[in-house]
Write a protein that binds this ligand. Sequence first.
Ligand code: G6P
Ligand code: MG
Length: 218
Amino acid sequence: MIACCLFDLDGVIVDTARYHYLAWASLARELGFEFTPEAGEATKGVSRMASLDIVLHAGGLDDRFSPAEKERLAAEKNARYLAYVSAMTPAEVLPGAAAFLRDVRAHGVLTVLGSASKNAGTILDRCGLRPLFDAVVDGTGVTHPKPDPEVFAKGAGAVGARPENCVVFEDAAAGIEAAARAGMRSVGVGGSPLLAGASMQLKGFEGFTFEMLCREID
Ligand code: G6P
Ligand code: MG
């Protein structure tokens, strides 16, 4: 049985992965190197500071900056990222995502957001998504980033759902691993080969229904 669906935000409900990448790439350019979209894949689902380490490593700049300088670089990236997301509208919700959330809820199944982002609240409000979730757990309430299961365990706990009755929707390998470590099934969204460990794969939500989910993995 499925009692609760937990959703990652970036790359699953909205395409903010693109904005994260653009903000990191512009910071990298200022530091004197190109941060490629392929290298950017590794930052998906990963916390802000861990993403910064990935970016600096790609530019051969490991150990170049003090902790205070790294805080400043992360804040600079976040300012650039916020400039993108503060201008978001409901039109940027990925095709079929809001309809799928409504369909899940119409079946009496709980919906929870489980995101590593500290900006999740801003994005939910900008895109009119908050009413579609029974609980929101984001980067402001989690201490261990994915692939640690904390965000999904807390999300399920917030609505009283047992892990074996939960399904996680994720676009990042770290998120699929977090779901498995939380004892939950998972759906890999977006078609990346890195998501092979998920219980099922989904290109996107368009045309996808809760009944189809049940048929596939329940
Ligand atoms: C999500 C994204 C990551 C991002 C992380 C932290 O998991 O997939 O790319 O680094 O959130 O986001 P934040 O908005 O707090 O910098
Ligand atoms: Mg994601």
